[in-house]
Design a protein around this ligand. Structure first.
Ligand code: SF4
Ligand code: SF4
Length: 79
């Protein structure tokens, strides 16, 4: 468990349907489609690992309610 020193976006691969809306609307351009498949056969979106500002635009753009979580600076995270 770590305390985040910067915002972080967490995407649940199994809830993503690979529509690409989050990627299209992220102003920081820090999201991409994974080469992996989820259990439904989609390539889920994933965080490239740095540069998320925590703006939340991807969260509001995503049609899948459980796919995206935004963690603010100071939140605790698994890694
Ligand atoms: S919170 Fe903002 S910067 Fe971070 S991934 Fe989502 S749209 Fe991009
Ligand atoms: S907007 Fe949601 S469902 Fe679409 S690619 Fe991004 S995380 Fe997946």
């Amino acid at each position: 468990m770590v305390i985040l020193t910067e915002p972080k976006v967490v995407i649940s691969p199994e809830h993503c349907k690979s529509c690409g809306m989050c990627i299209q609307f992220c102003p920081a351009q820090v999201l991409e489609l994974s080469q992996e498949f989820n259990q439904m056969g989609y390539h889920p979106a994933r965080y490239t690992g740095s540069g998320c500002t925590g703006c939340g635009i991807c969260y509001y753009a995503c049609p899948e309610p459980k796919a995206i979580t935004i963690l603010r600076k100071g939140c605790t995270a698994d890694d």
